[in-house]
Design a protein around this ligand. Structure first.
Ligand code: BES
Ligand code: ZN
Ligand code: ZN
Length: 516
Protein backbone atom coordinates (compact mmCIF):
# COMPACT_ATOMS: atom_id res chain seq x y z
CA UNK A 1 0.00 0.00 0.00
CA UNK A 2 1.55 3.25 -1.14
CA UNK A 3 0.49 6.46 0.59
CA UNK A 4 1.33 9.71 -1.18
CA UNK A 5 1.03 13.30 -0.08
CA UNK A 6 -0.60 15.79 -2.35
CA UNK A 7 0.17 19.41 -1.54
CA UNK A 8 -0.78 20.83 -4.93
CA UNK A 9 -4.12 19.16 -5.43
CA UNK A 10 -3.27 17.63 -8.79
CA UNK A 11 -3.07 14.05 -7.51
CA UNK A 12 -6.43 14.51 -5.85
CA UNK A 13 -7.81 15.76 -9.14
CA UNK A 14 -6.45 12.77 -11.04
CA UNK A 15 -7.65 10.06 -8.63
CA UNK A 16 -10.10 7.33 -9.70
CA UNK A 17 -11.93 7.66 -6.44
CA UNK A 18 -12.23 10.86 -4.44
CA UNK A 19 -13.41 10.65 -0.87
CA UNK A 20 -14.68 13.83 0.74
CA UNK A 21 -16.64 14.56 3.86
CA UNK A 22 -19.86 16.37 4.62
CA UNK A 23 -21.35 17.43 7.93
CA UNK A 24 -24.85 17.61 9.19
CA UNK A 25 -26.28 21.08 9.03
CA UNK A 26 -27.19 22.42 12.42
CA UNK A 27 -30.41 24.46 12.79
CA UNK A 28 -28.57 27.76 12.81
CA UNK A 29 -26.94 26.89 9.53
CA UNK A 30 -30.24 26.25 7.78
CA UNK A 31 -30.40 28.32 4.62
CA UNK A 32 -32.22 31.56 5.25
CA UNK A 33 -35.53 31.94 3.45
CA UNK A 34 -34.64 35.52 2.70
CA UNK A 35 -31.75 34.32 0.60
CA UNK A 36 -32.25 34.22 -3.12
CA UNK A 37 -33.72 30.82 -3.85
CA UNK A 38 -31.46 28.75 -6.01
CA UNK A 39 -31.98 25.05 -6.00
CA UNK A 40 -28.49 24.37 -4.80
CA UNK A 41 -28.09 26.71 -1.87
CA UNK A 42 -31.52 26.46 -0.33
CA UNK A 43 -32.22 22.77 -0.53
CA UNK A 44 -28.90 21.13 0.13
CA UNK A 45 -29.10 19.56 3.56
CA UNK A 46 -25.46 18.75 4.25
CA UNK A 47 -22.58 21.10 4.75
CA UNK A 48 -19.72 20.86 2.25
CA UNK A 49 -18.37 24.38 2.73
CA UNK A 50 -14.85 23.05 3.25
CA UNK A 51 -14.53 21.55 -0.26
CA UNK A 52 -11.78 23.36 -2.10
CA UNK A 53 -12.63 22.03 -5.55
CA UNK A 54 -15.23 24.41 -7.01
CA UNK A 55 -16.07 22.16 -9.95
CA UNK A 56 -16.79 19.25 -7.67
CA UNK A 57 -18.88 21.44 -5.40
CA UNK A 58 -21.04 22.45 -8.34
CA UNK A 59 -21.41 18.88 -9.51
CA UNK A 60 -22.52 17.88 -6.04
CA UNK A 61 -24.94 20.75 -5.69
CA UNK A 62 -26.59 19.86 -8.97
CA UNK A 63 -27.28 16.34 -7.82
CA UNK A 64 -30.82 15.44 -6.99
CA UNK A 65 -29.63 12.96 -4.40
CA UNK A 66 -27.77 15.71 -2.55
CA UNK A 67 -31.08 17.20 -1.45
CA UNK A 68 -31.86 14.16 0.65
CA UNK A 69 -28.32 13.61 1.86
CA UNK A 70 -28.12 14.63 5.50
CA UNK A 71 -24.47 13.66 6.07
CA UNK A 72 -25.39 11.67 9.13
CA UNK A 73 -22.66 9.45 10.52
CA UNK A 74 -22.26 6.41 8.25
CA UNK A 75 -24.35 7.96 5.48
CA UNK A 76 -22.53 8.04 2.16
CA UNK A 77 -23.41 9.63 -1.13
CA UNK A 78 -21.79 8.39 -4.31
CA UNK A 79 -21.71 10.07 -7.70
CA UNK A 80 -19.68 10.13 -10.87
CA UNK A 81 -17.59 13.23 -11.38
CA UNK A 82 -17.13 15.22 -14.56
CA UNK A 83 -14.07 13.29 -15.69
CA UNK A 84 -15.64 9.91 -15.00
CA UNK A 85 -14.08 9.53 -11.58
CA UNK A 86 -16.09 8.18 -8.66
CA UNK A 87 -16.81 10.54 -5.79
CA UNK A 88 -17.87 9.40 -2.34
CA UNK A 89 -19.14 11.89 0.16
CA UNK A 90 -18.83 10.47 3.63
CA UNK A 91 -21.19 11.85 6.23
CA UNK A 92 -19.53 12.58 9.57
CA UNK A 93 -22.58 13.89 11.41
CA UNK A 94 -22.33 16.89 13.70
CA UNK A 95 -18.93 18.49 13.09
CA UNK A 96 -18.55 19.57 16.70
CA UNK A 97 -18.83 15.97 17.89
CA UNK A 98 -16.43 14.19 15.53
CA UNK A 99 -13.68 12.30 17.34
CA UNK A 100 -10.41 10.73 16.21
CA UNK A 101 -12.05 7.32 16.50
CA UNK A 102 -14.92 8.46 14.25
CA UNK A 103 -12.33 9.36 11.64
CA UNK A 104 -10.53 6.02 11.91
CA UNK A 105 -13.84 4.21 11.53
CA UNK A 106 -15.08 6.31 8.62
CA UNK A 107 -11.76 5.92 6.77
CA UNK A 108 -11.65 2.17 7.42
CA UNK A 109 -15.13 1.68 6.00
CA UNK A 110 -14.42 3.81 2.96
CA UNK A 111 -11.04 2.19 2.37
CA UNK A 112 -12.43 -1.34 2.53
CA UNK A 113 -15.18 -0.42 0.08
CA UNK A 114 -12.59 1.18 -2.18
CA UNK A 115 -10.47 -1.95 -2.06
CA UNK A 116 -13.48 -4.08 -2.90
CA UNK A 117 -14.20 -1.72 -5.79
CA UNK A 118 -10.62 -2.20 -7.07
CA UNK A 119 -9.87 1.47 -7.48
CA UNK A 120 -6.23 2.07 -8.46
CA UNK A 121 -5.93 5.50 -6.88
CA UNK A 122 -7.98 6.66 -3.95
CA UNK A 123 -7.69 10.22 -2.74
CA UNK A 124 -8.90 11.44 0.62
CA UNK A 125 -9.65 15.11 1.03
CA UNK A 126 -7.63 15.64 4.19
CA UNK A 127 -9.12 19.09 4.75
CA UNK A 128 -12.54 17.52 5.13
CA UNK A 129 -11.36 14.95 7.64
CA UNK A 130 -9.27 17.49 9.54
CA UNK A 131 -11.96 18.23 12.08
CA UNK A 132 -9.43 18.13 14.90
CA UNK A 133 -7.49 20.89 13.15
CA UNK A 134 -4.15 19.12 12.98
CA UNK A 135 -3.20 17.92 9.52
CA UNK A 136 -0.43 15.64 10.74
CA UNK A 137 -2.73 14.00 13.26
CA UNK A 138 -5.48 13.59 10.67
CA UNK A 139 -3.08 12.17 8.09
CA UNK A 140 -1.81 9.76 10.74
CA UNK A 141 -5.36 8.67 11.54
CA UNK A 142 -6.09 8.11 7.86
CA UNK A 143 -2.88 6.12 7.35
CA UNK A 144 -3.53 4.11 10.52
CA UNK A 145 -7.05 3.17 9.44
CA UNK A 146 -5.81 2.29 5.96
CA UNK A 147 -2.90 0.14 7.12
CA UNK A 148 -4.93 -1.64 9.80
CA UNK A 149 -7.85 -2.33 7.47
CA UNK A 150 -5.54 -3.57 4.76
CA UNK A 151 -4.54 -6.62 6.84
CA UNK A 152 -5.90 -9.99 5.83
CA UNK A 153 -4.91 -13.52 6.72
CA UNK A 154 -5.08 -15.96 3.85
CA UNK A 155 -2.02 -18.09 4.50
CA UNK A 156 -4.07 -21.28 4.47
CA UNK A 157 -6.42 -20.40 1.64
CA UNK A 158 -5.56 -22.19 -1.59
CA UNK A 159 -7.09 -19.27 -3.40
CA UNK A 160 -5.35 -16.14 -2.13
CA UNK A 161 -7.10 -12.80 -1.79
CA UNK A 162 -6.24 -10.84 -4.88
CA UNK A 163 -3.46 -8.39 -4.17
CA UNK A 164 -5.02 -5.08 -5.14
CA UNK A 165 -2.24 -2.59 -5.66
CA UNK A 166 -3.73 0.70 -4.64
CA UNK A 167 -2.29 4.14 -4.17
CA UNK A 168 -3.77 6.24 -1.42
CA UNK A 169 -3.45 9.99 -1.86
CA UNK A 170 -3.70 12.37 1.07
CA UNK A 171 -5.12 15.27 -0.86
CA UNK A 172 -5.08 19.01 -0.19
CA UNK A 173 -2.53 19.10 2.56
CA UNK A 174 -0.64 22.27 3.29
CA UNK A 175 2.93 22.24 2.01
CA UNK A 176 4.27 23.66 5.26
CA UNK A 177 2.98 20.59 7.09
CA UNK A 178 4.38 17.99 4.73
CA UNK A 179 7.61 17.24 6.64
CA UNK A 180 5.66 16.70 9.86
CA UNK A 181 3.12 14.58 8.04
CA UNK A 182 5.85 12.43 6.44
CA UNK A 183 7.24 11.82 9.93
CA UNK A 184 3.84 10.89 11.31
CA UNK A 185 3.24 8.53 8.40
CA UNK A 186 6.55 6.78 8.96
CA UNK A 187 5.70 6.26 12.65
CA UNK A 188 2.23 5.06 11.78
CA UNK A 189 3.70 2.56 9.35
CA UNK A 190 6.13 1.25 11.98
CA UNK A 191 3.30 0.71 14.44
CA UNK A 192 0.89 -0.80 11.93
CA UNK A 193 3.56 -3.10 10.46
CA UNK A 194 4.26 -4.34 13.97
CA UNK A 195 0.55 -4.91 14.49
CA UNK A 196 0.41 -6.95 11.28
CA UNK A 197 3.38 -9.06 12.40
CA UNK A 198 1.69 -9.95 15.68
CA UNK A 199 -1.68 -10.53 14.04
CA UNK A 200 0.07 -13.16 11.91
CA UNK A 201 1.40 -14.79 15.09
CA UNK A 202 -2.01 -14.80 16.77
CA UNK A 203 -3.83 -16.04 13.69
CA UNK A 204 -1.35 -18.85 13.05
CA UNK A 205 -2.64 -22.35 13.78
CA UNK A 206 -1.32 -24.03 16.93
CA UNK A 207 -0.03 -27.10 15.12
CA UNK A 208 2.30 -24.75 13.26
CA UNK A 209 2.99 -22.19 15.97
CA UNK A 210 4.10 -24.23 18.97
CA UNK A 211 6.50 -22.77 21.52
CA UNK A 212 9.71 -23.73 19.72
CA UNK A 213 8.47 -22.36 16.41
CA UNK A 214 7.05 -19.20 18.00
CA UNK A 215 10.43 -18.41 19.54
CA UNK A 216 12.14 -19.06 16.18
CA UNK A 217 9.77 -16.72 14.37
CA UNK A 218 10.25 -13.94 16.91
CA UNK A 219 14.01 -14.42 16.68
CA UNK A 220 13.92 -14.26 12.87
CA UNK A 221 11.84 -11.07 12.98
CA UNK A 222 14.14 -9.45 15.55
CA UNK A 223 17.24 -10.33 13.54
CA UNK A 224 15.72 -9.04 10.34
CA UNK A 225 14.05 -5.88 11.54
CA UNK A 226 15.26 -4.78 14.96
CA UNK A 227 18.90 -3.81 14.68
CA UNK A 228 20.70 -3.49 18.00
CA UNK A 229 18.18 -5.52 19.99
CA UNK A 230 19.76 -8.23 22.14
CA UNK A 231 18.00 -11.56 22.06
CA UNK A 232 18.35 -14.42 24.48
CA UNK A 233 16.23 -17.55 24.20
CA UNK A 234 16.02 -19.90 27.16
CA UNK A 235 15.40 -23.52 26.19
CA UNK A 236 14.14 -26.20 28.56
CA UNK A 237 17.57 -26.84 30.11
CA UNK A 238 18.04 -23.12 30.77
CA UNK A 239 14.53 -22.84 32.17
CA UNK A 240 15.27 -25.77 34.50
CA UNK A 241 18.45 -24.01 35.55
CA UNK A 242 16.38 -20.90 36.28
CA UNK A 243 14.16 -23.09 38.49
CA UNK A 244 11.00 -21.92 36.77
CA UNK A 245 8.96 -24.67 38.37
CA UNK A 246 5.60 -23.25 37.39
CA UNK A 247 6.44 -22.84 33.70
CA UNK A 248 7.86 -26.36 33.69
CA UNK A 249 4.70 -27.71 35.33
CA UNK A 250 2.53 -26.23 32.61
CA UNK A 251 4.89 -27.54 29.95
CA UNK A 252 5.00 -31.04 31.45
CA UNK A 253 2.29 -32.40 29.14
CA UNK A 254 3.68 -30.84 25.98
CA UNK A 255 5.34 -32.39 22.96
CA UNK A 256 7.46 -29.24 22.73
CA UNK A 257 10.01 -27.54 24.94
CA UNK A 258 9.07 -24.34 26.73
CA UNK A 259 10.78 -21.12 25.76
CA UNK A 260 11.54 -17.82 27.40
CA UNK A 261 12.31 -15.18 24.80
CA UNK A 262 14.19 -12.30 26.39
CA UNK A 263 14.72 -9.15 24.32
CA UNK A 264 16.54 -6.01 25.35
CA UNK A 265 16.57 -2.59 23.74
CA UNK A 266 18.55 0.40 24.90
CA UNK A 267 18.15 3.85 23.41
CA UNK A 268 21.27 5.32 21.77
CA UNK A 269 21.63 8.06 24.35
CA UNK A 270 20.90 6.08 27.49
CA UNK A 271 22.02 7.64 30.77
CA UNK A 272 21.72 6.51 34.37
CA UNK A 273 18.39 8.39 34.44
CA UNK A 274 16.93 6.47 31.51
CA UNK A 275 13.83 4.63 32.64
CA UNK A 276 13.67 0.90 32.21
CA UNK A 277 10.35 -0.75 31.40
CA UNK A 278 9.85 -4.51 31.29
CA UNK A 279 7.08 -6.02 29.20
CA UNK A 280 6.04 -9.56 30.02
CA UNK A 281 3.62 -11.68 28.01
CA UNK A 282 1.68 -14.93 28.30
CA UNK A 283 2.52 -17.10 25.33
CA UNK A 284 0.33 -20.20 25.65
CA UNK A 285 0.34 -21.38 22.05
CA UNK A 286 -2.72 -23.51 22.81
CA UNK A 287 -4.71 -23.92 25.99
CA UNK A 288 -6.51 -27.25 26.25
CA UNK A 289 -6.92 -26.66 29.99
CA UNK A 290 -4.61 -29.60 30.73
CA UNK A 291 -6.09 -32.33 32.95
CA UNK A 292 -8.73 -29.74 33.95
CA UNK A 293 -9.72 -30.07 30.32
CA UNK A 294 -11.79 -27.36 28.70
CA UNK A 295 -15.09 -28.41 27.13
CA UNK A 296 -14.95 -28.43 23.33
CA UNK A 297 -16.68 -25.13 22.72
CA UNK A 298 -14.49 -23.27 25.23
CA UNK A 299 -11.35 -24.77 23.72
CA UNK A 300 -12.04 -23.31 20.32
CA UNK A 301 -9.88 -20.29 19.61
CA UNK A 302 -7.43 -21.14 22.38
CA UNK A 303 -4.64 -20.65 19.85
CA UNK A 304 -5.14 -16.98 20.82
CA UNK A 305 -3.85 -17.72 24.30
CA UNK A 306 -0.43 -16.41 23.25
CA UNK A 307 -2.06 -13.06 22.47
CA UNK A 308 -0.59 -11.31 25.51
CA UNK A 309 2.95 -12.16 24.49
CA UNK A 310 2.17 -11.08 20.92
CA UNK A 311 0.77 -7.78 22.24
CA UNK A 312 3.89 -6.95 24.22
CA UNK A 313 6.10 -8.03 21.34
CA UNK A 314 4.16 -5.77 18.96
CA UNK A 315 4.63 -2.81 21.29
CA UNK A 316 8.30 -3.63 21.83
CA UNK A 317 8.88 -3.95 18.09
CA UNK A 318 7.16 -0.68 17.26
CA UNK A 319 8.86 1.17 20.12
CA UNK A 320 12.29 -0.02 18.93
CA UNK A 321 11.53 1.08 15.36
CA UNK A 322 10.39 4.39 16.79
CA UNK A 323 13.61 4.70 18.81
CA UNK A 324 11.82 5.00 22.13
CA UNK A 325 13.75 6.99 24.75
CA UNK A 326 13.44 4.25 27.38
CA UNK A 327 15.22 0.97 27.98
CA UNK A 328 12.83 -1.89 27.26
CA UNK A 329 13.03 -5.53 28.25
CA UNK A 330 10.49 -7.85 26.65
CA UNK A 331 9.96 -11.29 28.11
CA UNK A 332 7.69 -13.82 26.48
CA UNK A 333 6.92 -17.11 28.22
CA UNK A 334 5.97 -19.81 25.73
CA UNK A 335 4.50 -23.29 25.97
CA UNK A 336 1.23 -24.97 25.17
CA UNK A 337 -1.01 -26.32 27.93
CA UNK A 338 -1.53 -29.87 26.73
CA UNK A 339 -2.27 -33.29 28.16
CA UNK A 340 -0.21 -36.46 28.06
CA UNK A 341 0.83 -38.97 30.67
CA UNK A 342 3.42 -36.53 32.04
CA UNK A 343 1.03 -33.61 32.29
CA UNK A 344 0.70 -31.97 35.68
CA UNK A 345 -2.21 -33.34 37.70
CA UNK A 346 -4.50 -31.12 39.73
CA UNK A 347 -3.41 -31.19 43.42
CA UNK A 348 0.24 -31.07 42.38
CA UNK A 349 2.48 -28.75 44.37
CA UNK A 350 5.37 -27.05 42.61
CA UNK A 351 8.02 -24.53 43.59
CA UNK A 352 8.09 -21.26 41.67
CA UNK A 353 11.27 -19.49 40.61
CA UNK A 354 10.89 -17.10 43.54
CA UNK A 355 10.79 -20.02 45.99
CA UNK A 356 7.07 -19.90 46.80
CA UNK A 357 5.23 -23.21 46.73
CA UNK A 358 2.07 -23.39 44.67
CA UNK A 359 -0.75 -25.88 44.83
CA UNK A 360 -2.08 -26.33 41.30
CA UNK A 361 -5.75 -27.04 41.86
CA UNK A 362 -6.83 -26.32 38.32
CA UNK A 363 -4.46 -26.89 35.42
CA UNK A 364 -6.56 -24.53 33.30
CA UNK A 365 -5.38 -21.59 35.41
CA UNK A 366 -2.01 -21.99 33.71
CA UNK A 367 -1.39 -18.46 32.50
CA UNK A 368 -0.68 -17.15 35.99
CA UNK A 369 1.79 -20.00 36.52
CA UNK A 370 3.96 -19.28 33.52
CA UNK A 371 3.64 -15.51 34.03
CA UNK A 372 4.54 -15.76 37.71
CA UNK A 373 7.92 -17.22 36.82
CA UNK A 374 8.36 -14.81 33.93
CA UNK A 375 7.53 -11.83 36.20
CA UNK A 376 10.03 -12.96 38.81
CA UNK A 377 12.66 -13.26 36.08
CA UNK A 378 11.65 -9.81 34.79
CA UNK A 379 12.11 -8.29 38.27
CA UNK A 380 15.68 -9.59 38.25
CA UNK A 381 16.38 -7.38 35.23
CA UNK A 382 15.81 -4.41 37.60
CA UNK A 383 13.20 -2.48 35.65
CA UNK A 384 11.55 0.63 37.08
CA UNK A 385 8.19 -0.48 35.72
CA UNK A 386 6.57 -3.69 34.53
CA UNK A 387 3.56 -4.25 32.31
CA UNK A 388 2.35 -7.76 31.66
CA UNK A 389 -0.29 -8.72 29.13
CA UNK A 390 -2.18 -11.97 29.15
CA UNK A 391 -5.34 -13.66 27.99
CA UNK A 392 -5.63 -14.63 31.61
CA UNK A 393 -9.27 -15.12 32.49
CA UNK A 394 -12.63 -15.90 30.94
CA UNK A 395 -13.98 -13.81 33.83
CA UNK A 396 -12.58 -10.74 32.08
CA UNK A 397 -15.09 -11.29 29.27
CA UNK A 398 -17.88 -11.63 31.81
CA UNK A 399 -16.87 -8.39 33.51
CA UNK A 400 -15.92 -6.22 30.55
CA UNK A 401 -17.14 -7.92 27.39
CA UNK A 402 -14.86 -8.47 24.48
CA UNK A 403 -14.32 -4.77 23.88
CA UNK A 404 -12.55 -3.67 27.06
CA UNK A 405 -9.11 -4.54 28.36
CA UNK A 406 -8.81 -4.90 32.14
CA UNK A 407 -5.96 -3.27 34.01
CA UNK A 408 -4.90 -4.03 37.58
CA UNK A 409 -1.70 -3.37 39.46
CA UNK A 410 0.19 -2.14 42.50
CA UNK A 411 0.78 1.51 41.66
CA UNK A 412 -2.03 3.92 40.87
CA UNK A 413 0.20 6.46 39.11
CA UNK A 414 1.59 3.83 36.77
CA UNK A 415 -1.89 2.46 36.09
CA UNK A 416 -3.06 6.01 35.44
CA UNK A 417 -0.34 6.56 32.86
CA UNK A 418 -1.32 3.40 31.01
CA UNK A 419 -5.01 4.30 31.17
CA UNK A 420 -4.17 7.73 29.73
CA UNK A 421 -2.20 6.15 26.90
CA UNK A 422 -5.15 3.89 26.12
CA UNK A 423 -7.57 6.80 26.20
CA UNK A 424 -5.38 8.77 23.82
CA UNK A 425 -5.49 5.89 21.38
CA UNK A 426 -9.21 5.25 21.84
CA UNK A 427 -8.54 1.74 23.08
CA UNK A 428 -10.95 0.75 25.84
CA UNK A 429 -9.27 -0.06 29.15
CA UNK A 430 -10.82 -0.18 32.61
CA UNK A 431 -9.28 -0.68 36.01
CA UNK A 432 -10.39 -3.41 38.40
CA UNK A 433 -9.28 -3.49 42.05
CA UNK A 434 -7.17 -6.01 43.93
CA UNK A 435 -8.34 -6.14 47.54
CA UNK A 436 -6.75 -7.88 50.52
CA UNK A 437 -9.61 -10.36 50.80
CA UNK A 438 -8.81 -11.56 47.30
CA UNK A 439 -5.10 -11.72 48.15
CA UNK A 440 -6.11 -14.05 51.00
CA UNK A 441 -8.32 -16.10 48.70
CA UNK A 442 -5.33 -17.50 46.81
CA UNK A 443 -3.48 -18.66 49.94
CA UNK A 444 -3.32 -22.47 50.15
CA UNK A 445 -3.87 -24.56 53.25
CA UNK A 446 -0.94 -26.80 52.44
CA UNK A 447 1.34 -24.63 50.29
CA UNK A 448 2.09 -20.90 50.10
CA UNK A 449 -0.36 -20.26 47.28
CA UNK A 450 -2.99 -22.02 45.23
CA UNK A 451 -3.59 -21.16 41.61
CA UNK A 452 -7.34 -20.56 41.91
CA UNK A 453 -9.56 -18.78 44.40
CA UNK A 454 -13.30 -18.99 45.03
CA UNK A 455 -14.93 -20.13 41.78
CA UNK A 456 -17.11 -17.61 39.95
CA UNK A 457 -15.90 -14.73 42.12
CA UNK A 458 -13.75 -11.82 40.85
CA UNK A 459 -11.79 -14.18 38.61
CA UNK A 460 -9.80 -11.50 36.82
CA UNK A 461 -8.67 -9.90 40.06
CA UNK A 462 -7.81 -13.27 41.64
CA UNK A 463 -5.55 -13.93 38.66
CA UNK A 464 -3.91 -10.54 39.17
CA UNK A 465 -3.59 -11.13 42.94
CA UNK A 466 -1.71 -14.32 42.12
CA UNK A 467 0.64 -12.51 39.73
CA UNK A 468 1.31 -9.83 42.33
CA UNK A 469 2.97 -12.51 44.49
CA UNK A 470 5.80 -12.61 41.96
CA UNK A 471 6.58 -8.88 41.87
CA UNK A 472 9.50 -7.96 44.08
CA UNK A 473 11.59 -4.95 45.09
CA UNK A 474 8.49 -2.72 45.04
CA UNK A 475 8.65 -2.51 41.27
CA UNK A 476 5.67 -0.66 39.84
CA UNK A 477 3.59 -3.23 38.03
CA UNK A 478 0.45 -3.29 35.92
CA UNK A 479 -1.32 -6.32 34.54
CA UNK A 480 -3.44 -6.19 31.39
CA UNK A 481 -6.00 -8.92 30.90
CA UNK A 482 -6.46 -8.96 27.13
CA UNK A 483 -8.67 -12.08 27.05
CA UNK A 484 -11.55 -10.10 25.54
CA UNK A 485 -9.81 -7.71 23.21
CA UNK A 486 -7.29 -9.99 21.57
CA UNK A 487 -9.61 -11.05 18.77
CA UNK A 488 -12.96 -10.66 16.99
CA UNK A 489 -13.52 -6.93 17.21
CA UNK A 490 -16.44 -6.88 14.78
CA UNK A 491 -17.50 -3.44 16.05
CA UNK A 492 -14.26 -1.89 14.81
CA UNK A 493 -14.09 -1.56 11.03
CA UNK A 494 -10.29 -1.16 11.12
CA UNK A 495 -9.92 -4.56 12.85
CA UNK A 496 -10.80 -7.81 11.13
CA UNK A 497 -14.25 -9.03 12.18
CA UNK A 498 -12.70 -12.35 13.16
CA UNK A 499 -9.19 -13.29 14.18
CA UNK A 500 -6.48 -11.21 15.81
CA UNK A 501 -7.33 -7.60 16.64
CA UNK A 502 -3.87 -6.15 17.28
CA UNK A 503 -5.45 -3.91 19.91
CA UNK A 504 -3.46 -2.44 22.82
CA UNK A 505 -0.23 -2.38 20.79
CA UNK A 506 -0.93 1.24 19.87
CA UNK A 507 -1.50 2.28 23.48
CA UNK A 508 1.62 0.55 24.76
CA UNK A 509 3.78 1.83 21.92
CA UNK A 510 2.72 5.43 22.50
CA UNK A 511 3.35 4.99 26.21
CA UNK A 512 6.86 3.69 25.54
CA UNK A 513 7.69 6.29 22.91
CA UNK A 514 6.09 9.40 24.43
CA UNK A 515 5.22 8.49 27.98
CA UNK A 516 8.34 8.28 30.11
N1 BES B 1 -6.82 -18.85 28.56
C1 BES B 1 -7.81 -18.91 29.55
C2 BES B 1 -8.61 -17.62 29.69
C3 BES B 1 -9.49 -17.27 28.52
C4 BES B 1 -10.80 -17.73 28.48
C5 BES B 1 -9.05 -16.44 27.53
C6 BES B 1 -11.62 -17.37 27.43
C7 BES B 1 -9.87 -16.08 26.47
C8 BES B 1 -11.16 -16.57 26.43
C9 BES B 1 -7.19 -19.21 30.92
O1 BES B 1 -6.03 -19.95 30.90
C10 BES B 1 -8.20 -19.96 31.71
O2 BES B 1 -8.59 -20.99 31.28
N2 BES B 1 -8.59 -19.41 32.84
C11 BES B 1 -9.56 -20.01 33.67
C12 BES B 1 -9.18 -19.71 35.08
C13 BES B 1 -10.01 -20.47 36.11
C14 BES B 1 -9.74 -21.94 36.01
C15 BES B 1 -9.67 -19.94 37.46
C16 BES B 1 -10.92 -19.44 33.32
O3 BES B 1 -11.01 -18.26 33.00
O4 BES B 1 -11.89 -20.19 33.33
ZN1 ZN C 1 -6.39 -22.04 30.89
ZN1 ZN D 1 -4.88 -19.80 29.14
Amino acid sequence: MLIKLDTVGDQFLAADLKILTAFQKTNTEKPSTKKKKTESSTEASASIDHWSDKGLKEEYENLKAAKNFKAAKDETLSFTGATGETVWVVGLGDKTKVTAEDIRKAIAKAFKAAKAGKFATVAFDVTGFNVLKDEALTSGLIAEAVYLSDYSYDKYKSKKTENVSMTVVLGHIEKKNSAKIEKTLASTKNICDSISVIKDFVNEAPNHLHSEEYARRVEADVKKNLKGVKIKILNKAAIQKEKMGMLLAVNAGSAYEPRIVHLTYEPAKATSKTKHIALVGKGITFDTGGYSLKPGASMMNMKNDMGGSATVYGAFRAAVLEKAPVKITCIMAMTDNAVNEYATMPDSIVTARNGKTVEILNTDAEGRLILGDALDYACDQNPDYIIDAATLTGACLVALGNQVCAILGNDQKWIGEILDAAKNQDEYMWQLPIINEWRQDIKSKIADLKNIGTPMRAGTALGAAFLEEFIKNDIKWAHLDVAGVVDSQSHLPYCSSHGASGLIVRSLTHLLVNGK
